[in-house]
Structures are given as structure tokens and as C-alpha cells.
Design a protein around this ligand. Structure first.
Ligand code: IMO
Ligand code: MG
Length: 418
């Protein structure tokens, strides 16, 4: 059995993956990200210091080797800035970037903006150029990390990409300036750019422990999420295989991260969404504002059926629950476990988003709970235990971690992963 674990989000992103990965990564030698780019965002607070990550896995704070896999789309300018933020943790030595990973270019951000503006059904993207960078990858005009190092090839590719985008983007770009800036960034990153697939396969064969870190959430997956209100990559387990270059049996375990309630940024259906006093309370108490965009997140009750779907899709065996303390103090806490749809009770999530919007959640109502102390060394409140049991019952996965708030210190391990 290999010593590997994949950790991914089971809702709409922002489940608290960063904090869980940070918590777990001290037990791993390598942390590898496999998809997405700077649309991801997580905050780690440790020793009173706040770190906001978009590209580098938070494992860097533990001295873990961090891999940015080929399935990612990387903004090298932002990456260099993030490396500066963690310069005390020697990122120059710890970071491995895939030579095959695609590069997010300035014209991708412009394209992201223009495309959003033209859509009658906006997605509410993070504006980081993620979709257009993946479009270029699949359109075979993308620029890869390896291209940044070869100035002539870079120039040729930038020229071609900009030609293809004539009539699409509005702003004009200077090929010369882009090549200058990105080639320079490439040279600064050159030592870190390697064949990460080969590195990972060899490391795993040799018995090194690896954590595979997913970004975004399962219901933002381009194939299995609520299309088109999704991101442009596979956030579920398949993304780890193609996004890192490892065979499926190298993934020993899969852990899903679930926030004790649901949040969503951007547009699209959200069956358990709530508005009003309770939603505002959760928004404030949970500090539910996007790390990447600062947007307030939409709030809803836990939709355990969405989580059940994600568990089945990615073969999740273990669950980490985050922010359960935010629900403390409410008179009652609701969980939806099925929907009423066309007069019938169903757990099926339709593929058509217009139909998803017609789902009426069926709720189980729990009595609220109160924490006696801030940390989990105290006994878990009885009603909260019932809530956790219900999550296990409805998903078939085991809850092994519960975490509170934002600080690394407030996390409790409930069981061992076998
Ligand atoms: P983490 O890793 C929450 C959402 C955007 C939008 C849709 C498409 O922090 O969980 P994109 O910019 O990816 O093309 O936007 O996906 N989205 C996220 N929502 N957390 C994220 O990342 C997200 N990354 C993208 O809001 O609805
Ligand atoms: Mg986030």
C-alpha cells in the first residue's frame, strides 16, 4: 500500500481544504496540486500570522516539498509573488513546477472579462483567466511552463495566440512586453521547473508519502458539476490522475472536506440557499468572503445529498468537517438529504441547471448546540454528535476530522485513517 492520500472538496469550493491540508501536511513528505490555478484561495493562520495562498500548497509552511502539477494553469507572476510571501520557508528549494503545466497569460484575464460580459447567463468567474487558459490548452495554442524558458518559441506562441484572439479580446497587448516579462519570470523559475510526473511516480514507488491536494469543489467540476456554472477543470478524483501523471492505484485513500453548511460564490443553482437573518449571521460569523475576490458568499444549509454524490463519484472514504463551530448557538440546524421534484422525493441531481433550480430540499431538523469552550478538547456537544452521525449515515463515509474556525490549533482528529 502506498502512503498517499487525496484531499478534495465535496461542495462548491471553500470547504476549508487549505486548513485541512495544512493540518495534515506535517505528516506528508510531498504535497501535490493537480488542477485549477489562482482561482483557488485559502487562508492559513498560524502563530498569529495570516497567509493567503492561491497557487502554492500550504504544505510549504511545514517544509514539505510542494508540487504544482501539469493539470494546473499557473500565473508565473503571481507565483513569484507568493514565493516571496513564504520566502522564510525556502520555496526555491521546496517547489517543483511541472514543465507541462499551462501558463495563464495577461490576455487570458482580459478574455475572461470580455466573455463574462457577453454572457446573458454570467458564471461569476474569479476573473483570473482560468477558463481561457484551459480553452487554449485544449485548443492547442496554450503556452506551457517549458515555453517560458525558450524566448523565441515563447514569442512565436504569444504571437499566434494573440492572432487567434483578434475580435475576441478588446484590449491590445504588446508581444514584446509580454515576452520580456514572462521569459524573465520563466528564467527565475527555471530551477523549479521539472518533469513532475516522473518525480512523483518515482517518489511514490520509493515509499515517500504524498498528499494530493484538490482545489475548488466537486460541484464545480467541469464534467460533474452544475454545468455551465462550473470551473474549467476536473475537481473530482480523475483530475488527480491526469493532472499529475500517476496511475489510479497510486491513490491509496481519498478524503473529502465538507463545510458544516454550504456556501457558493458565483452564479448558478443552489437548492439549500437561505436568505435573511440566519444567513447573515453565518456570513459574518463564518467570515464568508472570497479569499480570491472578496465577494460575500451565498449561504445555505448543508446539502448532504450533494455530498453523497461527491463521495460516490470520487470514492471518498473519509470526511473532514470544517467550521462546525459557526453553527453553534442556533436554535435549530437543518440538513437536506433529498429533494421534492415534480411531486416525488428524489436524490437524483438533474444534469440541466434549470431543473436543479426546481428542486425543493427535504430537511431533517436538528436541535442546536452550544460550545462550552473554544477548543475541541472539551466533550463534543450531544446534538453536534447527532449531526455528525447523520452525515456518516447519509454518505457512507467516516468523519475523521472536525475543525473549528480558521486557526491551525483548533482541529480535532476523531479517528485514525487506515
Ligand atoms: P477554492 O479552491 C469557490 C467558482 C467561481 C465561479 C466558477 C468559475 O478556494 O475552493 P473560474 O474563475 O474558476 O472560471 O470561476 O467557479 N470558483 C470557486 N468558488 N472556491 C474556489 O476555489 C473557486 N474557484 C472557482 O466563483 O462560480
Ligand atoms: Mg477559496
Amino acid at each position: 500500500m502506498f502512503k498517499t492520500l487525496a484531499v478534495l472538496g465535496l461542495q462548491f469550493g471553500d470547504e476549508g481544504k487549505g486548513k485541512i491540508v495544512d493540518y495534515l501536511s506535517s505528516s506528508f513528505e510531498i504535497v501535490a496540486r493537480y488542477q485549477g490555478g489562482a482561482n483557488a484561495g485559502h487562508t492559513v493562520i498560524t502563530g498569529g500570522k495570516v497567509f493567503k495562498f492561491h497557487l502554492i500548497p500550504s504544505g510549504i509552511l511545514h517544509g514539505t516539498i510542494c508540487v504544482l502539477g501539469n493539470g494546473m494553469v499557473i500565473d508565473p507572476i503571481q507565483l513569484l509573488e507568493e514565493m516571496k510571501m513564504v520566502q522564510d520557508y525556502s520555496p526555491q528549494k521546496k517547489l517543483r513546477i511541472s514543465e507541462r503545466a499551462h501558463v495563464v497569460m495577461p490576455y487570458h484575464k482580459e478574455q475572461d472579462r470580455v466573455e463574462e460580459e457577453k454572457k446573458s447567463n454570467r458564471i461569476g468567474t474569479t476573473g483570473k483567466g482560468i477558463g481561457p487558459a484551459y480553452e487554449d490548452k485544449y485548443g492547442r495554442i496554450g503556452i506551457r511552463m517549458v515555453d517560458l524558458i525558450n524566448r523565441e518559441r515563447l514569442e512565436e506562441k504569444v504571437r499566434l495566440a494573440l492572432k487567434m484572439k483578434e475580435g475576441i479580446i478588446e484590449k491590445s497587448f504588446s508581444v514584446k512586453d509580454i515576452v520580456q516579462e514572462y521569459h524573465e519570470a520563466g528564467l527565475r523559475l527555471k530551477k523549479n521547473i521539472i518533469d513532475t510526473g516522473e518525480f512523483l511516480r518515482k517518489s511514490i514507488e520509493e515509499g515517500r508519502s504524498v498528499l494530493f491536494e484538490g482545489a475548488q469543489g466537486t460541484h464545480l467540476d467541469v464534467d460533474f458539476g452544475m454545468y455551465p456554472f462550473v470551473t474549467s477543470s476536473n475537481t473530482s478524483i480523475g483530475g488527480a490522475i491526469t493532472g499529475l501523471g500517476i496511475p489510479p492505484h497510486y491513490i491509496s485513500n481519498v478524503m473529502g472536506v465538507v463545510k458544516a453548511y454550504t456556501t457558493k460564490v458565483g452564479e448558478g443553482p443552489f437548492p439549500t440557499e437561505i436568505k435573511g437573518k440566519i444567513a447573515e449571521e453565518i456570513l459574518k460569523k463564518g467570515n464568508e468572503y472570497g479569499t480570491t475576490t472578496g465577494r460575500p458568499r451565498r449561504i445555505g444549509w448543508l446539502d448532504i445529498n450533494l455530498v453523497r454524490y461527491s463521495v460516490e463519484l470520487s470514492g471518498v472514504r473519509y470526511i473532514a468537517i470544517s467550521k462546525i463551530d459557526i453553527l453553534s448557538g442556533l436554535d435549530e440546524v437543518k440538513v437536506s438529504y433529498a429533494y421534492e421534484y415534480n411531486g416525488k422525493i428524489t436524490r437524483k441531481i438533474p444534469s440541466d441547471p434549470a431543473e436543479i433550480s426546481k428542486l425543493k430540499p427535504v430537511y431533517k431538523v436538528f436541535d442546536g448546540w452550544e460550545f462550552t469552550g473554544k477548543d475541541l478538547k472539551h466533550e463534543i456537544p450531544k446534538n453536534m454528535k447527532k449531526y455528525i452521525k447523520f452525515i456518516e449515515e447519509k454518505t457512507g463515509a467516516k468523519v475523521v476530522i472536525i475543525s473549528l474556525g480558521a486557526s491551525r490549533e483548533d482541529t480535532k482528529l476523531l479517528g485514525r485513517i487506515k
